[in-house]
Ligand binder design. Structure first.
Ligand code: PGA
Length: 244
């Protein structure tokens, strides 16, 4: 296992109304209080729940993050949320360049890079997502794709204190499929060669309580970005418990 402290991050995506989001946040906070987590814990609820979840986890070992931010600080950007607003709502992190944003909102590397710069401007840690599609993997291009996304999406001035990379193969997200452990190691090594020393690299894509221990035991893996399994306190906590 890596010497870096692991980060287990829950990406709730567009899930959760007030009552169930709050119940989930309280459940995770209670487990963290009782169980002395061996990793850093993060929940990234939808924007509507940031303030209430932030209040529910205040003073606990669980940090708060957004799922996206705008590049601009403020202004006429209907529907957008700025990095400064996330910070103001209590966030320490923001997920950027998730494949669902890259695909469904056609976000380019250049746009993602501007958002990462905005996160840093606001004092947030950027969790920058990269990952190949199934077709790209079948063509043997996974490393080239991830490295190209990285070089296009990472602004100058990156440092390990304010950057986390999440390797998320698109074909593994929400499908129950995962790359082999050797494949995860290979890609994480290629990514590590392109980023500042000490930067945490998370694996994401169908992480669950059954496969977490073997993935998190890989030297190259510094934690997990968890989607579906982060919506159940019990499962999210089981993944956190799999950290060494
Ligand atoms: P999943 O999602 O764990 O449901 O595959 C991961 C993610 O998209 O961040």
């Amino acid at each position: 296992m890596s010497a870096r402290r692991m980060l287990i991050a829950g990406n709730w995506k567009m899930n959760g109304l007030c009552a169930d989001g709050l119940a989930l946040a309280k459940d995770i906070t209670a487990r963290a209080a009782a169980g002395a987590p061996r990793c850093d814990l993060l929940v990234c609820p939808p924007a509507t729940l940031l303030c209430s979840v932030g209040e529910a986890i205040a003073g606990s070992a669980v940090a708060l993050g957004g799922q996206d931010c705008a590049a601009a600080e403020k202004g006429a950007f209907t529907g957008d949320v700025s990095a400064e607003m996330l910070k103001d709502a209590g966030c320490a992190y923001v997920i950027l360049g998730h494949s669902e944003r890259r695909q469904m909102h056609a976000e380019s590397d250049a746009q993602v890079r501007d958002k990462v710069a905005a996160a840093w401007r606001a004092g947030l840690v950027a969790i920058l997502c990269v990952g190949e599609t199934r077709a790209e993997r079948e063509a043997g291009q996974e490393q080239a794709v991830c490295c190209s996304q990285l070089s296009g999406s990472l602004p100058d001035g990156a440092d390990a204190a304010r950057l986390v990379i999440a390797y998320e193969p698109v074909w593994a997200i929400g499908t129950g499929l995962t790359p082999t452990l050797a494949d995860i190691t290979d890609i994480h090594r290629a990514i590590r060669a392109a980023i500042p020393a000490g930067t945490r690299i998370l694996y994401g894509g169908s992480v669950n309580p059954r496969n977490a221990a073997e993935i998190l035991a890989l030297n190259e893996v510094d934690g997990a970005l968890v989607g579906g399994a982060s919506l159940k306190g019990e499962d999210f906590w089981a993944i956190a418990e799999a950290c060494g």
